[in-house]
Design a protein around this ligand. Structure first.
Ligand SMILES: [Zn+2]
Length: 252
């Protein structure tokens, strides 16, 4: 199948068509390659701070910039390339992504989340927790990424502690965070029906399968595959809204 993608090589027209041989493989690849399960761990844990907010909202918040990122890749505002071996954990070279991943824009996105959530729900504590979730994305990326996170719009200063250079340590840290997050979520909610039990189990199982498959796998065929498949992360947000509505909070 051929998909349009903005690229420099396409020249003034701005759009070229790139072939994606096996969309399903690419989808699985993308989900495991850029999905840091630690973000979801934060989303799960947030439930124990303010349980009245849906897990779907928390997943949307912690992953907000990674949900926006594939769209910006498609329109050519941000750039990534594939460079096998650049870190042990991912072959992605995040060349330019100030709108989604600069520190200054993180503050803007978190502020926007705070404002919007407060306007709609009139609950300041909930709005603060949601905004903190948005901001947590940069902090976790700062720990895991190589120094590719810009502080502002210029790429002059880029930071990152590079946990991804050590696969074993990354998996250990991610797993630990996820178990803690899951424990906190389970302590704060109780399923009210089968969807709340099995639907939730399915969501967790899917996240864990992707996490485990992080250990294996070849690099992606091209950037277009990443950009298109990246949008499928919305599945987790929708799934979380669905199952969370079938679980009662144990305290408020
Ligand atoms: Zn990110």
């Amino acid at each position: 199948m051929f998909y349009p993608l903005y690229s420099k090589e396409a020249g003034k027209a701005g759009v070229s068509f790139i072939e994606i041989q096996n969309p399903f493989n690419n989808l699985m690849f993308y989900l495991r390659i850029t999905m840091f399960i630690g973000h979801f761990a934060v989303g799960l844990a947030a439930k124990s701070v303010k349980p009245t907010v849906s897990l779907g909202t928390y997943f949307l918040a912690v992953q907000f910039v990674d949900l926006l990122w594939p769209t910006l890749l498609l329109v050519g505002l941000e750039r990534v390339s594939i460079s096998p071996g650049i870190t042990e954990m991912t072959p992605l070279d995040f060349e330019h992504y100030p709108i989604t991943h600069s520190l200054i824009m993180t503050v803007v996105w978190a502020g926007l989340a705070l404002l919007l959530f407060y306007l709609f729900k009139k609950d300041l504590k909930a709005a603060l927790v949601v905004a903190a979730c948005v901001a947590s994305h940069w902090l976790l990326d700062f720990i895991t990424h190589r120094p590719d996170l810009p502080l502002a719009f210029s790429d002059a200063t880029r930071v990152g502690l590079g946990l991804w250079n050590n696969k074993i340590l990354t998996i250990a840290v991610e797993s630990l965070l996820f178990v803690i997050g899951l424990g906190l979520y389970l302590r704060s909610t109780r399923s009210s029906d089968k969807i709340g039990t099995y639907g939730f189990l399915g969501l967790i199982a899917f996240l864990v399968v992707i996490h485990i498959s992080n250990i294996f796998g070849p690099p992606p065929p091209n950037v277009a595959a990443i950009a298109w498949a990246g949008h499928l992360q919305w599945i987790f947000v929708i799934w979380a809204y669905w199952v969370d509505a079938h679980r009662n909070v144990t305290w408020t």
